[in-house]
Write a protein that binds this ligand. Sequence first.
Ligand SMILES: Cc1ncc(C[n+]2csc(CCOP(=O)(O)OP(=O)(O)O)c2C)c(N)n1
Ligand code: SF4
Ligand SMILES: [Mg+2]
Length: 346
Amino acid sequence: MASTATPGAKTNRVGLTVLDYKGSKSTLCAGCGHNAISERIIDAMFEMGIKPERVIKTSGIGCSSKSPAYFMSRSFSFNGVHGRMPALATGALLANRTLICLGVSGDGDTASIGIGQFVHLMRRNMPIIYIIEDNGVYGLTKGQFSATADIGSRLKSGVVNELPAIDTCALAVQLGATFVGRSFSGDKKQLLTMLKAALSHNGTVMLDVVSPCVTFNDHEGSTKSYKFMKDHDEPITDVTFVPSFEEIEVDYAPGEAFDAVMHDGSKLHLRKLEEDYDPTSKALALKRLAEAHERNEVLTGIFYVDPAAQNFLELLHVTDEPLATLPPELTRPPREALEKAMEELR
Ligand SMILES: Cc1ncc(C[n+]2csc(CCOP(=O)(O)OP(=O)(O)O)c2C)c(N)n1
Ligand code: SF4
Ligand SMILES: [Mg+2]
């Protein structure tokens, strides 16, 4: 579909303007971190020149899960049952492997009701970009603690969370996701770069994005507030990403950098802010995440990446031609084949 935007506006490599990536007007609260994430998704898709019609947006239930309505109206979208987005996304990708799947979830949707689906998605290395818009509460149902709320965190009412948080990044690394990072909705540059790199990855990308809920969890005593993130954000890697269609020289500092060539030829450059940090080591990623919790820091950046791992569709030898568009004679066995099979069972 051609661009519908004003003539003369800046276009990307597929001839679309940023307006072609917009969605409906947001009904979320003004200042909600989820709105900023939607904006970064629009920018990343536009800058990467992704055709909106190639994208399927999947989500569960929550303010976060409503947000796909507010970007990329021209894409496919399925707002499913609470915590069941992984099953939806898996089905869509199995039916049509040419789609780019962007899964948007919340910390409640993922780490509470959806934890069972989440863990199995992570261990399959399904090619999906899974974003948790993480505010530590169930925003849509008026701000109860979720399972990512930090121990000691306090609600406005004074209630203190006495349970330890589930670290979705540590879980994803341990279970087999091949691109795992954390960012902050208020860090435009880092989040945009991570989203662009995610679009070149051939496997599960799990991004936990701290996204303050201004209505229920942005006060003193919350560990998911704008102020807390400004004071405790500790980047572990500085991310630079050069898409395959851009020939830009990046000045790499030898010994302090990690470079990964993604499957489409794009380059992911991680400047390691700690000299001995190796983003290909699961053990190191888990150790640093655990240490960060002890130090009350929120570690951000890409913690773990494996650009060469086989994804789930490759493992299953799914046909190159999408199952959804294969002709019936290839997907439906003829009557004789069925009769022969029945005969063999007699
Ligand atoms: C099966 C089911 N159980 C419970 C609910 C109620 N419910 C709606 S949204 C939600 C939690 C949303 O929290 P989160 O995923 O963190 O999204 P946020 O609103 O914070 O962005 C709950 C428990 C529901 N809709 N369906
Ligand atoms: S209630 Fe919280 S999470 Fe929901 S839209 Fe408002 S600020 Fe965002
Ligand atoms: Mg939430």
